[in-house]
Design a binder for this molecule. Structure first.
Ligand code: SAH
Length: 482
């Protein structure tokens, strides 16, 4: 077998990145866009010793889980990997991904994993869930400005103004930005030459408040004829904030450091409600009256799927098991989304986050909501926590400070630093709630905690990113009482 050969494959499994897996004469092939249950003709694109990669050439018999995706561009765009798979099957795929990682990487017994894992919490529909969109701006063959998405693994733009994961309102904003550019001869940025002005359009939408923010990222300081753009955008319903961000660097990072609000307020407001999770059935999340308001500026980190975030954080809060007196640490706290919920039910909350601006936001959000029992520290969790512990141990501080009741962590994909886990183990909280966006590093970290006095009680996946292979999890660990 060699490159470009055609092989017939039965797709019998799915890889963690959503690729279909099939075998041919003892050789394993990974096939992008193939779905478990498909029988396909595939063209080999890369051949290694025991495995290879292939492309779908023809679907001989489609999987029962294959559906017609909402977006025609799903195979070309890098955003959605599993859009052609029925949503129920997507959830099953995600549940199995988490389960598999707990068994393989975390070395937990399959029977035990099945005991502690609850059913994944899915969305009602896996479309139109994102509250934030960042469209790169480029040029089509005729030289007209276009907005769109980068094709998978490239930097060429596929023109599209209506991504099905984002809100419908994005389209009207983009069309108006593009017509303003055309009419006023404002050039799109060209990353190969470093010339041109408009690089990206960032749009945020408050799902609860319906407030809208537009930020144009430009390779310069000033937008020419800005009032013409303002005129077009400000009449869109819900428009609350229009700003310009300066990014003159040759970089893949979207936003530069300086943002200037040119119309309205520099932020939008949105709310996250607390939802009660009843039993284990996925759709039985009912909102309670607890809501936290957030001011969101162009640079702020804010969860992109607000509906599922409510479910995720409500579960985290439920697992924290607070009664009103507890001391809680919230590590990797971002703008304090979880911390502020915890604070309403705890005695004291300490948040730790590496990005100074996020901590500024967290403090402001605490004030905005009249929360005074949350304290925030800027720094790395693996430095702030050990320093705190050592300092307070030397000072003979009361046990309550040294041994919080609960530690919540919500680290980025690479998981918790070992030094952080080590200190958590020294602090011996009664419960640890681990929120994770990567079940592989989650499994690794859970193993460390479970080898040193903790028992895994609950694992629940929450789908925040339908049609993609990403999956979030909330887990509860309890200290083993000797
Ligand atoms: N729970 C938060 C954000 C979680 S995302 C929310 O929902 O708003 C993970 C966060 O960890 C990010 O805000 C990131 O900036 C922060 N982070 C990354 N590395 C860190 C470290 N070593 N110590 C503390 N925070 C870190």
């Amino acid at each position: 077998m060699k490159k470009n050969d055609i092989v017939e494959l039965n797709i019998v499994d799915m890889g963690v990145d959503g690729e279909g897996i099939g075998k041919y004469e003892g050789m394993t092939f990974f096939v992008k866009d193939a779905i478990i249950g498909d029988v396909i003709k595939a063209r080999i694109t890369k051949q290694k010793k025991n495995y290879g990669y292939a492309r779908v050439e023809e679907i001989i018999s489609p999987s029962a889980a294959r559906i017609t995706p909402e977006c025609e561009l799903h195979r070309r765009c890098g955003g959605c990997q599993i859009q052609a798979m029925d949503y129920k099957k997507q959830l099953e795929f995600k549940q199995n991904k988490v389960r598999g990682n707990l068994i393989r990487i975390g070395s937990f017994a399959p029977e035990f994993v099945d005991e502690v894992m609850l059913p994944i919490v899915g969305m009602e529909t896996p479309y139109r869930y994102r509250n934030k969109a960042q469209f790169p701006i480029g040029r089509d063959k005729e030289g007209n400005p276009v907005a769109g998405f980068y094709a998978a693994r490239t930097h060429s733009i596929i023109p599209v103004t209506d991504c099905k994961l984002g809100v419908k309102e994005n389209q009207i904003v983009l069309e108006r930005v593009l017509s303003y550019m055309k009419e006023n001869k404002v050039e799109p940025y060209d990353e190969t030459t470093g010339k041109g002005l408009v690089r990206h359009v960032l749009i945020r939408y408050g799902f609860t408040t319906k407030e809208m923010m537009v930020c144009l990222v430009i390779n310069g300081k000033k937008l020419p004829e800005a009032e013409k753009l303002i005129e077009k955008l400000s009449e869109i319903e819900g428009m609350t904030s229009i700003s310009v961000n300066q990014n003159t660097k040759n970089t893949n990072v979207i936003l530069g450091e300086v943002t200037e609000c040119i119309w309205g307020q520099p932020y939008i407001t949105d709310y996250i409600h607390l939802r009660k999770c009843e039993k284990t059935e996925q759709e039985k999340f009912t909102p309670t009256d607890t809501a936290i308001a957030y001011h969101i500026s162009p640079q702020s980190f804010y969860q992109v799927n607000p509906v599922q975030t409510e479910k995720l954080y409500s579960l985290a809060l439920e697992y924290a098991g607070l009664t009103g007196k507890e001391t809680v640490w919230d590590l990797y706290c971002g703008i304090g989304t979880i911390s502020l919920f915890l604070a309403q039910k705890a005695g004291k909350v300490y948040g730790v986050e590496i990005v100074p601006q996020a901590i500024e936001d967290a403090k402001n959000n605490a004030k905005l909501n009249g929360i005074s029992n949350a304290e925030f520290f800027v720094g790395k969790a693996e430095e702030v926590l050990p320093q705190f512990y050592e300092r307070e141990s030397r000072a003979n501080t009361e046990q309550a400070m040294l041994h919080p009741n609960v530690i919540v962590v919500d680290p980025p994909r690479k998981g918790c630093d070992e030094k952080c886990l080590e200190t958590m183990l020294k602090m011996q909280p009664e419960r640890i709630v681990y929120v994770s966006c990567d079940s592989a590093t989650l499994a690794r970290d859970l193993r460390i905690l479970c080898d040193d006095g903790y028992e895994l009680k609950k694992v629940r996946a929450v789908d925040q990113f339908g049609n993609t292979t990403h999956v979030e999890c909330v887990t509860l660990l309890q200290k083993i009482v000797k």
